[in-house]
Design a protein around this ligand. Structure first.
Ligand code: NAP
Length: 263
């Protein structure tokens, strides 16, 4: 359980915007923060899934496309209404991978899509909500990057580049905010088995998506990452988990995975 420092524990519930909340890690993070006592505004593009999340948790929701400026402007406006213009945490989970093409066969439209979501989407949401984070007096920007940001692998070029870009945005922001009460937290997971990540990456091919996790008994789950997010956000505010790399036991690097070993 996260250690909440009673001396710095806030009296009113903390507030968070969670992007990518319609599935996988974002949904688990939204659920976990609500369970931790936070007030959550959960956002993504799919209304039906957001409605289901709202019914299950009581959180607020809004349809947001992080690649669209007008959509993010509407999010900023909503934060003004539901959280009275002040938000404690902006949890940037929206993103993902499109394809596994080698550089010599790169689908550059898909690469642009990955950059638009992972890099520009995160930057757009953070830029829009920085005023509300400052207004809170106790702010956190959390960026869900990936171990794909840390080392390249064959067929990973487009996603490696996008997640490395997102990592750099977090790094620059941390320097720029130094001296203000806003932490910049980056969480970089390795293999997480979520319902959609590999399916989206591999164009909906179920057997290819399942093969990613073949022989790995315990890949990370969305709930494992939500645990880390919860710890990072609930830790005493002077403690900044600057960069957390988290992999399943079976995985030693992006390309070395012990399969069929009962791990
Ligand atoms: P996921 O289940 O596919 O979730 C992706 C989420 O992003 C969905 O809620 C999706 O919702 C949202 N999203 C995508 N494009 C969006 C857009 N333009 N605007 C708003 N929301 C958008 O995948 P996941 O495994 O939970 O991944 C979440 C994050 O973790 C991603 O950034 C991914 O790169 C990162 N990550 C995943 C793994 C892994 O192995 N699974 C490992 C490391 C890092 P809508 O489609 O409803 O908009």
């Amino acid at each position: 359980m996260p250690q909440v420092d009673p001396a710095s524990a806030p009296s009113a519930p903390l507030t968070a915007v969670v992007t990518g909340a319609s599935s996988g890690i974002g949904r688990a993070a939204a659920e976990r923060l609500v369970a931790d006592g936070w007030r959550v505004l959960a956002v993504a593009r799919r209304a039906d899934r957001l409605a289901e999340l709202a019914a299950a948790t009581g959180c607020q929701t809004l349809m947001v496309d992080v690649t669209d400026q007008a959509s993010v402007d509407a999010l900023v406006e909503r934060v003004g209404v539901v959280f009275e213009g002040a938000v404690n945490a902006v949890v940037n989970v929206a993103g993902g991978a499109l394809g596994v093409d080698r550089v010599d066969a790169a689908d550059l439209t898909a690469w642009e899509g990955m950059y638009a979501t992972n890099v520009l989407g995160t930057a757009r949401v953070v830029k829009g909500l920085l005023g509300a984070l400052r207004a809170s007096g106790r702010g956190d920007v959390l960026v869900l990057s990936s171990t794909a940001a840390q080392s390249a692998y064959q067929g990973g070029g487009g996603y490696n580049a996008a997640k490395a870009g997102e990592h750099m945005v977090a790094g620059a922001l941390r320097l720029e905010l130094n001296g203000e009460p806003i932490r910049v937290i980056e969480i970089a997971p390795g293999m997480v088995r979520t319902e959609e990540f590999s399916l989206v990456r591999l164009g909906g091919d179920r057997s290819k998506a399942d093969a990613v996790y073949a022989g790995v008994q315990h890949p990370l789950t969305a709930e494992d990452i939500a645990d880390v997010i919860s710890y990072a956000l609930n830790a005493p505010h002077h403690v900044n988990l600057d960069l957390v790399t988290v992999r399943p036991l079976a995985q030693a690097s992006n390309s070395q995975v012990a399969r069929d070993r009962g791990l």
